[in-house]
Ligand binder design. Structure first.
Ligand SMILES: Nc1nc2c(ncn2[C@@H]2O[C@H](COP(=O)(O)OP(=O)(O)OP(=O)(O)O)[C@@H](O)[C@H]2O)c(=O)[nH]1
Ligand SMILES: [Mg+2]
Length: 331
């Protein structure tokens, strides 16, 4: 598609070429971005301008006496698990977050819309999971803090635009780029091959095939499945129609592999509204720790009600908890 750039844009571009200082260059690039016609034909150019702005800003930051410090983000975990949204530009990561949570990240029909992590809470049954929107990943440019935030998450939703005919290359590009940052994306429900380098952190992942409402998506999905079907389970969704999102949420729940338990005090009914959510394999001791930092010491024993258990049987701190157990705490 032709870019159809306006004379005003060309003038801003000339000013950029003549700019001497980094600050001037950034200002000119920002002008160019503001006036560039926004359509598919300029997607690439917009992405390129944004990447150049980001690089120059970083240069400013690392200069001795530079005004700002390099951005560092650390997204504190909340809820039953943290999932990072990873993917190429414009794949619909921000749109996805807006569909499954109350968060309202910026959504744009051009690449490099998102610049910093943006968390939202996704309800699933009576649990809330934290979903963190992230900037895009390309071979040319990755926000330097991004891989660390992704590694710190419990799992990844790898979001791609299935309607894009270059989606297979994009999948490969993201996998490769993340591996450069020592992070390996692999299907949560299958075994990853041994890592010969010994350097990689493997993140359990679901490949989210987004934009399935568009005509080319089904054909492209066949191709992606042929090459990556062994590596990732796929959730087919459309963030426009909402199709597939409920199935995707259920898969996120299975991927995070958590149990929820309800607590009660003796003589009172259990609080069935707000479960504690723990990773599978957690014990009564872990639950006590979660309730309060001194509570594990105070806890004497508990009674437990749950599937396949004797009603109200007494258990000790090493008891492993199952999903939907009810625990009566005796301190
Ligand atoms: N047809 C269709 N369009 C979608 C779908 N999901 C997102 N979009 C559109 O795709 C464009 C990009 O969406 P964003 O959510 O901003 O994409 P992103 O992955 O966050 O982009 P970056 O922040 O640049 O990485 C927007 O115009 C969305 O409205 C979908 O399922 N179907
Ligand atoms: Mg975005």
């Amino acid at each position: 598609m032709p870019a159809n750039l306006t004379p005003q844009y060309r003038e801003a571009e000339d000013r950029y070429r003549e700019a001497k200082t980094t600050e001037e260059k950034i200002a000119c690039l920002e002008d160019m971005l503001a006036i560039i016609p926004k359509h598919k034909g300029t997607d690439h150019l917009q992405g390129d301008i944004k990447a150049r702005i980001a690089k120059l800003k970083r240069l400013e930051e690392i200069k001795p006496g530079g005004s700002a410090r390099s951005a560092q983000y650390n997204v504190e975990h909340e809820g039953g698990g943290q999932v990072a949204l990873i993917g190429p530009p414009n794949s619909g990561k921000s749109k996805l977050l807006s569909m499954i949570s109350k968060a309202q990240p910026e959504i744009g029909d051009y690449p490099f819309t998102t610049h910093k992590p943006f968390p939202g809470m996704m309800p699933y049954e009576d649990i809330k999971f934290q979903i963190v929107d992230m900037p895009p990943i390309t071979e040319e440019f990755v926000e330097p803090w991004m891989p660390a935030v992704a590694r710190n998450a419990d799992a990844v939703l790898f979001v791609v635009d299935m309607s894009d005919d270059s989606v297979l290359d994009q999948v490969d590009e993201v996998i490769r780029t993340m591996e450069k940052f020592r992070t390996r994306l692999w299907g949560w429900d299958r075994l990853a091959p041994p890592d010969e380098t010994g350097l990689l952190v493997t993140k359990k992942t679901i490949l989210v095939a987004n934009k399935m409402d568009l005509p080319d998506s089904a054909g492209n999905l066949d191709v992606v499945n042929e090459f990556n079907g062994e590596r990732f389970p796929v959730a087919q969704v459309s963030c426009v129609t909402g199709v597939g999102l409920e199935d995707m949420k259920a898969q996120v729940f299975r991927m995070l592999d958590v149990v929820r338990v309800y607590t009660k005090v003796p003589g009172k009914p259990a609080d069935m509204n707000a479960p504690y959510v723990l990773t599978r394999g957690s014990t009564l001791h872990d639950l006590a720790d979660m309730i309060h930092k001194d509570f594990a010491q105070k806890l004497k024993f508990a009674r437990i009600w749950g599937h396949g258990k004797r009603e109200g049987v007494m258990v000790g701190k090493e008891q492993v908890l199952d999903d939907k157990d009810i625990i009566e705490l005796h301190a």
